[in-house]
Design a protein around this ligand. Structure first.
Ligand code: ADP
Ligand code: MG
Length: 337
């Protein structure tokens, strides 16, 4: 047995990166979530070769103060929570302070940021800070990530084709845009525009931008609430379906999440109207008191625990059912405790 020693911070960051940075799409997700948390109104995403060559995110958010820039790349360094109680009422998308150090440990990162006065530029490669210098004072942050996984060849080998990696990036940007119709997003791949949203806070329009405006005629609004949950969104009529589950997006307090239980409750709302193997297009935004959720289940924060989940699922199924079948909305929603 060798003597026990603490891992160097670079090695520890690379280990964390294994969970947070699975592929280029995970980098896009983490960086765009940072831009959203920074109150940006516009987020532009430029990728080359599905992010394997480069990923650039430009936002007009609050920026990072000069003295905080190096700290932002330290593990568990965050501006978003500070005491244990905050963990149970997280309002931001990030809070673990892992994304920037993880990404910088497995790639080449150039970040320029400004809070509106002094700007800062930092260059980090493989977790090593190469340069920190003053930069222009345009409020916001731009980050350029190149050579992803250059120092973790096993992970690089695992990457799929450009087409597959790009579809994963496009998918995550779609979901983030759906969750934030008040932000203007653009996604450009190899100089070709893939998505642009207006940021005019019109969810229906964003759904049209993503799933084609001609489908909007067959997508209807849902809206309901009970004592604990407020839900709204859009669902397709039973005649407009897809062969994949991927057209269902669930957000919880603005966070895109995956949940089999909630997915099933949406399907249940269609009664027996969906053919086997067919799924609706649906966007469901759920608002609830953050103390009713635990988002600290997995590093990517896409899995969440929700208390009173059964009650929520019943609310969703009943709302979709009643809306689709044009029944009068029943104010008292049946719940099973
Ligand atoms: P987390 O998002 O969990 O706090 P990150 O490693 O993703 O951790 O980011 C670390 C910190 O860097 C954030 O808490 C935030 O203060 C700052 N930061 C990162 N990206 C941006 C951005 N685009 N605009 C403003 N601040 C940012
Ligand atoms: Mg983050």
């Amino acid at each position: 047995m060798h003597k026990i020693h603490e891992l160097s911070s670079i090695l520890a960051d690379q280990i964390a990166a294994g969970e947070v940075v699975e592929r280029p799409a995970s980098v896009v997700k983490e960086l765009v979530e940072n831009s959203i948390d920074a109150n940006s109104t516009q987020i532009d995403i430029n990728v080359e070769d599905a992010g394997l060559k480069s990923i650039e995110i430009i936002d007009d958010g609050i920026g990072i103060a000069h003295d905080d820039v190096e700290l932002a790349f330290k593990r568990h360094a965050t501006s978003k929570i500070s005491n244990p109680r905050d963990l149970f009422r997280v309002h931001s998308l990030g809070f673990r302070g892992e994304a920037l150090p993880s990404i910088a440990s497995v790639s080449d990162v150039l970040l320029k940021t400004s809070t509106g006065d002094e700007g800062t530029e930092i260059h980090i490669r493989g977790g090593k800070t190469l340069e920190v210098k003053p930069a222009e004072a345009r409020r916001g942050t731009s980050i350029l990530v190149k050579d992803i996984f250059f120092n973790t060849p096993a992970r690089l080998k695992y990457m799929k084709t450009i087409k597959t990696e790009l579809s994963k990036i496009s998918d995550i940007v779609d979901r983030l845009a759906i969750g934030h119709p008040d932000i203007a997003f653009s996604l450009v791949h190899n100089h070709r525009e893939i998505l642009r949203t207006s940021g005019r806070n019109n969810l229906q329009q964003v759904i049209g931008d993503i799933y084609s405006a001609k489908n909007l005629k067959r997508i209807i609004k849902i809206d309901n609430q009970d004592d604990d949950f407020k839900i709204d969104g859009y669902v397709s009529l039973p005649e407009l379906t897809r062969a994949s589950r991927n057209y269902v997006t669930i957000t919880l307090n603005g966070r895109y999440v995956r949940s089999n239980a909630i997915f099933k409750s949406i399907i249940d709302g269609y009664g027996s109207k969906l053919m086997v193997g067919r799924y609706p297009i649906a966007v469901l935004n759920i608002k609830l008191d953050p103390t009713l959720t635990d988002v600290n289940v997995h590093p990517t924060k896409q899995t969440v625990r929700i208390s009173k989940e059964r009650q929520l699922c019943d609310l969703i199924s009943n709302t979709i059912y009643n809306t689709i079948f044009k029944k009068n909305l029943i104010p008292e929603v049946m719940t099973r405790d």
